[in-house]
Write a protein of this length. Structure first.
Length: 183
């Protein structure tokens, strides 16, 4: 990130934090079952609740990360402050260094520490354009890789420069989630 981009993101993060704090404290949203994110202007971006296979895939990915990368930590439905607002990857993984930095600001409602990996589990409502924008937003804040789990369980891996044959962070991660987690 350049100095200008970094300075502008500091301002965007402060805005994201204020908006997110209001949302977290909004009792009207407390019972919502939808996934809530924001855009860069602080407007709500609401996704329909996922069907049963979606959380099963996310949980399976998290468990695989826990087994294959035990030195970091994973989180389902984490929040990531980006230049495009607050985004919520289905699974996020933090390596040791970022985990320590994230622990240092754990009292913050919205961390300034980006995960190393953001995983998106696709739903029927996800468009390719929206996924591409979200990936760009993640990479803009230093996410090292974005993984995408398609509805049939096929995994795709991306770095800031494009498609990867496999994850550089976790080369042993399978390119297919077992069928029993897709039902």
């Amino acid at each position: 990130m350049s100095a200008v981009t970094s300075r502008l993101f500091v301002e965007q993060h402060a805005f994201n934090r204020r908006v997110w704090e209001q949302l977290v404290n909004d009792s009207a949203l407390a019972e919502t079952i939808e996934k809530v994110e924001t855009d860069r202007e602080g407007n709500l971006v609401v996704s329909p609740p996922p069907r049963k296979p979606h959380p099963r895939r996310a949980n399976r990915i998290a468990k695989l990360l826990d087994r294959l990368l035990p030195t970091g930590f994973w989180q389902v439905d984490d929040t990531v402050s980006t230049p495009e607002g607050v985004k919520v990857p289905d699974v996020a993984w933090y390596g040791q260094e970022r985990a320590a930095a994230s622990d240092a600001d754990q009292d913050e409602i919205l961390s300034t520490v980006a995960p190393d990996v953001c995983v998106e589990v696709l739903s029927p409502s996800n468009s390719a354009r929206d996924l591409h924008r979200k990936m760009e937003a993640y990479f803009a804040v230093g996410v090292r890789e974005v993984w995408v789990c398609k509805r049939q369980g096929k995994m795709s891996f991306y770095g800031p420069l494009g498609t990867l044959d496999c994850s550089a962070i976790c080369p042993a991660f399978p390119d297919q989630i077992p069928a029993k987690f897709l039902q």
